[in-house]
Design a protein around this ligand. Structure first.
Ligand code: 6R9
Length: 616
């Protein structure tokens, strides 16, 4: 083990390392040794293909356990808003997901057809994910807090055939736009009222009853998918243009499994709680597939964050491994250490975080509240699985993301003028010195690597250079091999761990009659990491006013839901590049009071911002 006695200066405060004392020895032993031994080819031995070599994620996650000693173990324990629990064992989950798959097959779902959920954390969501995979379909989650606009855009881009949702979401977000979604053939409603499901939809229970009648769930055969067949479609956001649909294949389950063992330290007997919403990639890879593949008991909670409730769940459910996000940890911190101390967590062994920079304070607070430091993990929608992590048993260096997981080759690439990796004659430069900052890049080859951006081969090709996948993040590596997150190299916003594309927000705002143009940035926020702030140029005839700012915020919220701007500032002279793009980087530099850098490409003279914005 490297000598970690000296705290690392400079970065995020540089705290002394913490020796983690697990109550159980970590599942995976020595890091260096493990990296030396590991090959993906070797890891494939874990997969349980059929005799013809077919691999199906849902089989790997559920059925293989249902056929063995874990059959009677609780696979998922669902807590509803009142705290009432419903449980499904691995055997029951196998049957129920077979019925769901049968229902989808009966609706005419063909291999490769796409199925979406717009649901809170409920049994129907988990059954749809696994049922879709078993039917050979491609599952695509939608974040339930999205407004009608992001929902419609993703349903249209994904050419979704089947949507599973509830009455309220359907009535408010889908029904008014159904005519513009010709591919959406079936909508299943999980909570029809006495009057039945809305016109044009089918009650979920009726679809399931039909599936049950048509197939024997005990002998139902899972779709014979090949390892490279598409399984998951995750929309993510870039700096420009429409949301990008990252496509993942069935073989990805191997990476979900290996990293769930290595970074989350999961094993049979664990009670595991992942607080990520299933509408985002963490909710699929580590809320469902990875942990089930390890044979653990997953706890899910339908309620929103509430500090006391969370502590109670950790205690009462005897959670052993807790995977959450920095924003959630900061909300727990805000609720005070005293509240945490009212509870004990005797079973808790490993606390892990993802999605945004984990500040050293949160790591150290974990020690106070749980008696355990928080272990950071870094990855992206595109990578499908954890790439860099503070694994269990590793001395945590607060503020560091950890080290690449076995089987992952990462590098820091020299930057060009635009902040991204410089590509000269098709070549990049790998920085090898300690603490040098550049773009974090990964050598493709792990199974959960995205295989395409849906219908956008150009964008996919642009994500690679010289044999590297370029992540868009800036990072550095210290002399001991610990990786440090420095920032994004692009304009994408991370708010409460959720990735938000500025272009999507700008486009929605520009549909308001008062708005001529908008530039959207992430403004640092002590709780959410960043909040969305929009700079708006008004059309002739409109005057800036706090009332108009409030109106624009309400307009954004109505269209976009939770990804809407929280702050509006009026600016009649937004800075542009010569090619006419709003310079978000400059807006951000001004917001932060940073030097404005090289302005040679600015066309509109930087004007003093007329910040008459309202904040809600
Ligand atoms: C899993 C997920 C990916 C982006 C990523 C980076 C940020 C994720 C982080 C982190 C600092 C960490 N990010 N983990 N930043 N420290 N431990 O979040 O996927 O929604 O695609 O976001 O999130 O900027 O590039 P996704």
């Amino acid at each position: 083990m490297a000598d970690l006695a000296a705290p690392r200066a400079g970065h995020l405060g540089g705290h002394a390392p913490i020796e983690h004392i697990p109550s159980l020895p970590p599942l995976i032993g020595d890091y260096e040794e493990r990296c030396r031994r590991f090959t993906w080819e070797g890891a494939r031995a874990w997969l349980d293909p059929d005799p013809s070599g077919h691999v199906n994620m849902a089989h790997e996650a559920v059925d293989r356990h249902a056929a063995g000693p874990l059959a009677g173990v609780v696979a998922i324990r669902f807590l509803d808003r009142t705290g009432e629990a419903t449980e499904l064992t691995y055997a029951e989950l196998r049957t129920r997901t077979n019925v769901t798959a049968a229902a989808l097959r009966l609706l005419g779902l063909e291999p490769g057809d796409r199925v979406c959920t717009l649901l809170p954390r409920s049994p129907e969501l988990y059954l749809t994910v696994l049922g879709t995979l078993k039917a050979g379909g491609v599952y695509c989650p939608l974040f339930p807090a999205f407004g009608p606009e992001p929902v419609r855009e993703r349903l249209a881009l994904g050419r979704i055939r089947v949507l599973v949702t509830d009455t309220l979401s359907y009535t408010r977000k889908i029904a008014p736009q159904r005519a513009s979604l010709p591919d959406l053939e079936h909508v299943l409603i999980v909570d029809p009222d006495e009057a039945g499901a809305p016109t044009g939809t089918t009650p979920w229970s009726a679809a399931l009853a039909a599936g049950w009648a048509a197939y024997d769930p005990e002998t139902f055969t899972v779709a014979p998918t090949r390892p490279e067949d598409p399984a998951l479609l995750h929309f993510t956001s870039g700096t420009t243009g429409k949301p990008k649909g990252a496509v993942h294949v069935h073989a990805a389950i191997l990476a979900h499994h290996v990293t769930s063992e290595f970074a989350l330290d999961l094993r049979p007997g664990d009670v595991y709680w992942c607080t990520a919403d299933p509408g985002w990639v963490t909710g699929t890879s580590y809320g469902i597939l990875g942990p089930l593949s390890c044979g653990v008991t997953i706890v899910t909670d339908a309620a929103d964050f509430e500090a006391r409730r969370w502590y109670r769940i950790l205690h009462d459910e005897q959670v052993t491994v807790f995977y959450t996000a920095p924003t959630a940890l900061r909300m727990l911190m805000r609720a005070g250490t005293a509240l945490a101390r009212e509870h004990t967590f005797p079973t808790l062994r490993h606390v892990v975080s993802v999605g945004e920079p984990l500040n050293p304070e949160a790591v150290l607070w974990g020690l106070e509240a749980f008696g355990l430091p928080v272990h950071d993990t870094w990855w992206q929608t595109e990578t499908g699985a954890i790439m860099v992590s503070n694994y269990a048993g590793m001395p945590v260096r607060p503020g560091s993301m950890g080290r690449p997981v076995p089987g992952v080759v990462a590098a820091v690439l020299a930057q060009g003028a635009d902040g991204r990796a410089a590509v000269v004659d098709g070549r990049v430069e790998v920085l090898t010195g300690p603490d040098e900052v550049g773009e974090l890049a990964l050598r493709p080859g792990w199974p959960s690597m995205f295989r395409a951006y849906l219908d956008d081969p150009d964008r996919y090709a642009k994500a690679f250079a010289d044999g590297w996948y370029l992540t868009g993040d800036l990072a550095s590596v210290d002399a001991d091999g610990y990786w440090w997150f420095v920032g994004r190299a692009d304009d994408v916003i991370k708010s409460a761990g959720h990735l938000i594309g500025p272009f999507e927000v700008e486009s929605a705002l520009m549909e308001h009659p008062a708005v001529a143009e908008a530039g959207v940035i992430g403004k640092p926020d002590p709780l959410a990491g960043e909040i969305v702030k929009a700079f708006v140029t008004l059309r002739v005839g409109y005057e800036p006013s706090p009332g108009l700012a409030r109106e624009l915020i309400a307009f954004g919220r109505h269209r976009l839901g939770s990804v809407a701007p929280r702050e509006i500032a009026f600016d009649q002279a937004l800075p542009h590049t010569r090619s006419g793009k709003v310079m978000r980087r400059l807006l951000k530099a001004r917001e932060l009071g940073l030097p404005e850098g090289d302005l040679s490409t600015v066309e509109t003279a930087p004007a003093a911002a007329t910040d008459e914005g309202a904040t809600t």
